[in-house]
Design a protein around this ligand. Structure first.
Ligand SMILES: [Zn+2]
Length: 104
């Protein structure tokens, strides 16, 4: 091996998880700290547990909640269309009435 080009290799490097689980492996770093490992990840444990470090799940839940609240007061496009159709029909009725009056 060429000298001074290769990093120090630790054949007993420790990986420490936030759950307390540790495992040994080979690495150029002596110690590593991880947030999740195979001992605590929901995929391996089969338990439903949200891995939410940035609060994204909470933000999404808030967004859904807000949408529900606003959708109660909002009537939507379908209602708007219905009203416009009614308005148009009334306008045409008045037009016809005016024409009938003019013809008399
Ligand atoms: Zn873990």
């Amino acid at each position: 091996m060429k000298k001074d080009t290769h990093p120090t290799y630790y054949s007993d490097a420790k990986i420490i998880c936030a759950c307390g689980h540790t495992l040994t492996t080979g690495s150029v770093q002596k110690e590593m700290h991880v947030e999740i490992c195979s001992a605590c990840h929901p995929f391996y444990t089969g338990k439903e547990k949200l891995v939410d470090t940035a609060g994204r799940v909470d933000r999404f839940k808030k967004k859904v909640e807000l949408q529900k609240k606003t959708s109660v007061t909002r009537k939507g496009k379908a209602d708007k269309k219905k009203r416009s159709v009614v308005r148009k029909a009334e306008k045409e009725k008045e037009k016809i009435k005016a024409e009938l009056k003019a013809n008399k």
